[in-house]
Design a protein around this ligand. Structure first.
Ligand SMILES: Nc1nc2c(ncn2[C@@H]2O[C@H](COP(=O)(O)OP(=O)(O)OP(=O)(O)O)[C@@H](O)[C@H]2O)c(=O)[nH]1
Ligand SMILES: [Mg+2]
Ligand SMILES: [Zn+2]
Length: 328
């Protein structure tokens, strides 16, 4: 039991914590002493005018613990690595943050059923570059590799590795690569994104320890509604500790897209284009139809990968048409 001294609201020191779960007005905060169910101090909430959600999963906060064991969030630390989308409805145009302090965003693909989708990967990578997130690719179902798939996939594996993206290879069926992935994910906050059927849920089941292990040290309040996906939460990989690792699980995850990327910003999100962007004849070149385009020239000379250029053009069209979701 904590000393009565600590329960004196005038005396209690602020405690640092990590927001694990957000259910409307209640926030489960992981501290070194366990999970505390917190509200937000009203004054703090009012100061957050341009974000639709002042506290989200992944936020690093300071809390005050009440005598009854509940808590109040009194401060939020500065966010990095935000995953957000533009809010809809009443708060249209405002930034809607889904997860804060994301260390790495992973796109999951499969060898076959469904086959690797470079268009999806490129849209995901563009989103990650635009937001300044670290990104990686998980290639699942390696047990389905055959000669034909190998040739096709080998090309893209080499391409994305050469661009500097981290690659992991797994088979949930055989267990190959799952331990390596778990090790990689066991510090920091991560998200897994990918099209239907590639094995995201299967990977989560393989990665997350059994339920009774997962619940270690978690308060009663946290266990409520565990199986619903209505609320955003950080799922612990292994031991529950503030530095992670966690996988962010949120209903909004699938909706993030190219939302606010403008045509002029797009080429900067293709890492291999960057060093040449000043070399086109026209400073506002969209690398589409303009004469004297250095990017097109390099593609024709095989110095830049035509597959990525095609993705660029597809995304440029999407932006021009206003159809900007990653998954389409
Ligand atoms: N052969 C093989 N099959 C796998 C592997 N991982 C998952 N599957 C199968 O692929 C199918 C889809 O897996 P899910 O985990 O449901 O895929 P998901 O990405 O969660 O799909 P959505 O929830 O629809 O987005 C299931 O039938 C899995 O059993 C794997 O490594 N190898
Ligand atoms: Mg699933
Ligand atoms: Zn150009």
């Amino acid at each position: 039991m904590l000393s009565p001294f600590l329960h004196d609201p005038r005396r209690a020191p602020d405690v640092n914590g990590l927001v694990l779960r957000s259910t409307g007005s209640r926030h489960e905060v992981l501290t070194d002493e366990g999970v505390v169910s917190c509200t937000i101090r009203g004054k703090f909430r009012l100061q957050e005018e341009d974000a639709t959600n002042p506290i989200v999963i992944g936020d690093r906060v300071s809390i005050q613990v009440n005598p009854d064991g509940s808590g109040v969030i009194v401060e939020r630390k500065e966010r990095y690595g935000k995953l957000s989308r533009r809010a809809a409805g009443r708060k249209v145009g405002k930034e809607h943050v889904i997860i804060a302090n994301l260390d790495m965003a992973w796109v999951v693909q499969s060898v076959r059923k469904p086959r690797i989708n470079p268009g999806f990967i490129d849209r995901f990578l563009v989103m990650a570059e635009y937001r300044g997130l670290n990104a990686g690719i998980i290639l699942n179902k390696t047990d389905l590799m055959d000669e034909r798939a190998e040739e096709h996939i080998g090309f893209f594996v080499e391409l994305y590795a050469s661009l500097g993206y981290e690659m992991m290879f797994t088979s949930v069926l055989t267990g190959d690569g799952v331990d390596e992935l778990r090790t990689t994910l066991s510090s920091g906050i991560h998200v897994l994104v990918g099209p239907s059927g590639v094995g995201k849920s299967s990977l989560l089941n393989a990665l997350l320890p059994k339920l009774d292990l997962r619940t270690g040290g978690i308060s009663e309040a946290t266990q409520k509604g565990r199986h619903t996906t209505t609320y955003a939460e950080l799922l612990p990989i292994g031991e529950l500790r503030q530095k992670g690792g966690f996988i962010g699980d949120t209903p909004g995850l699938r909706e993030f897209g190219l939302v606010e990327i403008e045509a002029a910003d797009l080429s900067h999100c293709f890492v291999e284009f960057r060093e040449y962007l000043g070399e086109c004849r026209f400073p506002n070149c969209t690398h589409d139809h303009e004469p004297g385009c250095r990017i097109k020239e390099l593609v024709e000379e095989d110095e830049l990968p035509v597959e990525r250029y095609e993705s660029y053009i597809n995304m440029l069209r999407s932006i021009q048409l206003g159809d900007q979701d990653v998954g389409r």
